[in-house]
Design a protein around this ligand. Structure first.
Ligand code: ZN
Ligand code: MN
Length: 484
């Protein structure tokens, strides 16, 4: 088949923090850099002071191996570290400890369900490395800041650098890949990817046959589609005008929604890679790899199939549920409390509740919104206390405010009106206002429905339909005997 004209070529490079670790990659400093005051979780090792010796965090190696296995990669026989030299204020040693000559993992792959069927994206390599410090711009951006601040609490946090082959052709595919990768990492317990800065994406973008452009600084998954779409369009325009795309590094500007040329970058040779003499190679035994393979948890693809089967829900609904571990957990917890109609419950979660939770990156689940809230909505529907329309309306209040569905019924005025004297008064009104309908109903039993409907309208659907009907029948019967 002939390749489509001006096809996009996208490869991704993702930096993922191993957020499950208590300490940094080469020292015992706390890895919690988000809530600590700046420059309090530091020591001679992560500040790069002369003579300080790094010691590898064994748990970081094990997590990296599990990620490798989950991504179908080959685990290296040794863990080796190299120095990557460059000068930047966030890097106090003037070199970053990373893996260059022999990454911990090579040749993996991930399968995506695209609109055109299954697509395999190859993973070229995964390496373990340290995060540099964090540069803080007091003015919010480099352009608005006369000076910068540096927080070395982040210096030395364990990172996985995951590099794909350029196997994606559209921003959509890149997004699907990242969504899948995020879910795998969440299921492995490696990364709480919802945390700010825990998953950072760079992309190599080109039009097939042309020079490639590195797009950096794509802050979030939702920005990926936008940034890649912009860059591909920019390059296509160049090609269509007969111009050459320049090989360069560009930054995504999330405010202006454009990519802009970045500072001139070092080339590979400039980094002067060399094995780190302070870190001798550590052999990786096959027993360890086997042990870690056995300990792998259920991963998203397997979980999707199990959810669909165990709860008899459509595969595409199960697929949405496993896009985030927390979402699938939430569903399964609710399914322990409510068992009558899993399909309706999954649909309500995915279509109604999720609709109001998106912006918060699902942080609301378990904090505000509880599985029992979801189960309760289903029970209220079963008992006929609320209608489907009312359940849909309630979703916003449950998702945004964590309101208990039973309390919401009162608050939103969804309570059934069962008070007979009140209903009688409303029936009187309806009879009074609709003399023709009453005459029809006296002749034709089917016309009674209209009167019931009028009572419903007056009570905004809250009148108990059975009691209402009985009261109307009684009143009609009364009129019939009177007219005789
Ligand atoms: Zn330290
Ligand atoms: Mn890196």
């Amino acid at each position: 088949m002939e390749a489509p004209k001006l096809e996009g070529v996208i490869g991704l490079e993702i930096h993922v923090q191993i957020t499950s670790l208590k300490t940094k990659l080469f020292c015992n400093c706390s890895a919690d850099y988000r809530s600590a005051p700046p420059n309090t979780h530091v020591c001679p090792v992560c500040l790069g002071l002369p003579g300080a010796l790094p010691v590898v965090n064994q748990e970081a190696i094990e997590k990296a191996i599990q990620v490798c296995l989950a991504l179908n990669g080959k685990v290296a026989s040794k863990v080796r570290f190299d120095r990557k030299h460059y000068f930047y204020p966030d890097l106090p040693k003037n070199y970053q400890i990373t893996q260059y000559l022999e990454p911990i993992c090579v040749d993996g792959w991930v399968e995506l369900e695209t609109g055109n069927g299954i697509k395999r994206v190859r993973i070229r390599r995964i390496n373990l490395e340290e995060d540099p410090g964090r540069i803080v711009y007091p003015g919010g951006s480099p352009a608005n800041s006369p000076y910068v601040l540096i927080d070395y609490n982040r210096s030395g946090i364990a990172l996985l650098e995951i590099v794909t082959e350029p196997d994606m052709t559209t921003p959509e595919e890149a997004y699907l890949f990242l969504e899948k990768l995020r879910s795998i990492l969440e299921h492995l317990g490696v990364c709480d990817c919802g945390l700010e800065g825990a998953m950072r994406v760079d992309a190599n973008v080109s039009i097939r046959g042309g020079e490639r452009v590195e797009v950096k600084n794509i802050g979030s998954l939702s920005e990926v589609r936008r940034a890649l779409a912009y860059e591909l369009t920019r390059q296509r325009d160049f090609v269509l005008k007969g111009l050459k795309v320049k090989r360069e590094t560009r930054h995504w500007d999330p405010v202006r929604k454009v990519t802009l040329p970045a500072r001139i970058k070092e080339t590979e040779e400039d980094y002067r890679y060399m094995p780190d003499p302070n870190l001798p190679p550590i052999p990786v035994g096959s027993e360890l790899v086997e042990k870690l393979r056995q300990a792998l948890p259920e991963l998203p693809d397997a979980r999707m199939k199990r959810l669909a089967k165990q709860y008899s829900i459509p595969l595409n609904v199960a697929r949405v549920l496993v896009t985030r571990k927390v979402l699938a957990d939430f569903f399964e917890d609710a399914a322990r409390m409510y068992t009558r109609d899993y399909k309706r419950m999954a649909n309500y979660l995915v279509n109604d509740l999720l609709n109001w939770l998106k912006d918060e990156d699902l942080r609301g689940l378990y904090r505000k919104v509880l599985p029992e809230h979801l189960a309760k909505v289903m029970e209220l529907l079963d008992k006929g206390v609320i209608s489907i329309r009312q359940a849909k309306e309630m979703a916003e209040y449950i998702a945004k405010q964590g309101k208990d569905p039973e309390a919401l019924i009162k608050e939103l005025g969804y309570e059934r009106i069962t008070d007979k004297s009140l209903l009688k008064r409303i029936v009187e009104e309806v009879f009074h206002e609709n003399p023709k309908a009453v005459r029809d109903a006296l002749e034709n039993p089917k016309a009674v429905n209209f009167l019931v409907g009028m009572v419903m309208r007056k009570t905004r659907g809250r009148a108990d339909p059975a009691i209402t009907r009985r009261l109307i029948e009684e009143k009609l019967q009364h009129l019939r005997t009177k007219n005789k």
